[in-house]
Design a protein around this ligand. Structure first.
Ligand SMILES: [Fe+2]
Length: 288
């Protein structure tokens, strides 16, 4: 599909979101029960303000907060047991593949490695190789507010049943004085739909997210600092992004910054080959 057609499809998707009948949405995505929690989960159609859909259609990115819809403290509790990223020593990470089943309920899929081709990862240690990580903890993925977030996220982009969704918890922490994350350069992640949600920032300055029209960075579109509970949605096949280095507010004291990355509809053929091999029934972007 060429870029013009993709743009038309995205605008059509966006306008469909704006005009879908509310009762049809509520039938398709019944409200999640939250009997055990004081948290009041919104209906899926009310999860994102209308401005999010409008901004995505107009500018291919939007920033929102989900603080009212999640127990952020509880989510932060899952940072304690994160293993180190075996490929990047200064990072910690888990990831799982999820999808919506035919009843539009969130399910966890089995293992499939991350596979980013060189076009989407400039780091020699990670491009064109398979990367395996420990899965997200079931106690996390089975939470009502996590499932509600994933459902609302998929609905926002128009993601249908059996499309693999990659959800990662990743970040950096340390006690030294040296920045462990020297920025990642300007890049795209190799998919159509990408969101970055900040879970915590402790003793951290910097980590500013910047969006660009082109990989060379000649046209800067926006820069923003995400607070815990804030999420940045990006049409990853339309824009490029970067995050700046971290500096510590108090040198020598513990710092950490963790995020959730969630993305779907891969345009990276290397990743799609792995998805097809591990999940033969999956609906992939290149099946269109
Ligand atoms: Fe990225």
């Amino acid at each position: 599909m060429n870029i013009v057609n993709r743009g038309v499809r995205q605008l059509a998707d966006a306008s469909r979101k704006l005009t879908l009948d509310q009762s049809a949405l509520n039938d398709r995505y019944p409200a999640t029960s939250s009997e055990d929690s004081a948290l009041s989960l919104p209906r899926i159609s009310e999860y994102w303000p209308t401005s999010v859909h409008e901004e995505l259609a107009r500018q291919h990115w939007s920033k929102a907060t989900i603080t009212p819809h999640i127990d952020l403290n509880a989510w932060q509790g899952f940072l304690d047991n994160l293993p180190r990223d075996p490929y990047v020593n200064t990072r910690w990470k888990r990831m799982s593949w999820l999808h919506l089943n035919d009843q539009m309920e969130v399910e966890t899929l089995g293992e499939c490695p991350m596979a980013q081709g060189g076009r989407f990862n400039d780091a020699a240690s990670m491009a064109d190789r398979l990367r395996y990580y420990d899965p997200l903890e079931a106690a996390f993925t089975e939470r009502d507010d996590v499932r509600a977030f994933v459902k609302a996220w998929a609905d926002m982009w128009g993601i249908g049943p059996r499309e693999p969704i990659l959800m990662q918890i990743t970040g950096v922490r340390g006690d030294g004085t040296i920045d462990p994350l020297q920025g990642q350069g300007i890049h795209a992640d190799g998919c159509k739909y990408l969101s970055i949600l900040v879970l915590n920032r402790e003793n951290v300055s910097g980590a500013i997210n910047t969006l660009y029209r082109d990989k060379a960075g000649s046209e800067l579109l926006a820069t923003t600092e995400l607070a815990p509970g804030e999420v940045l949605h990006i049409h990853d096949d339309q824009l490029f992004h970067s995050v700046s280095s971290i500096t510590q507010d108090n040198a020598g004291q513990h710092f950490e910054r963790f995020i959730i990355i969630i993305n779907c509809s891969f345009i990276d053929e290397f990743q799609n080959r792995m998805l097809r091999r591990h999940f033969p029934g999956a609906v992939l972007n290149d099946c269109e």
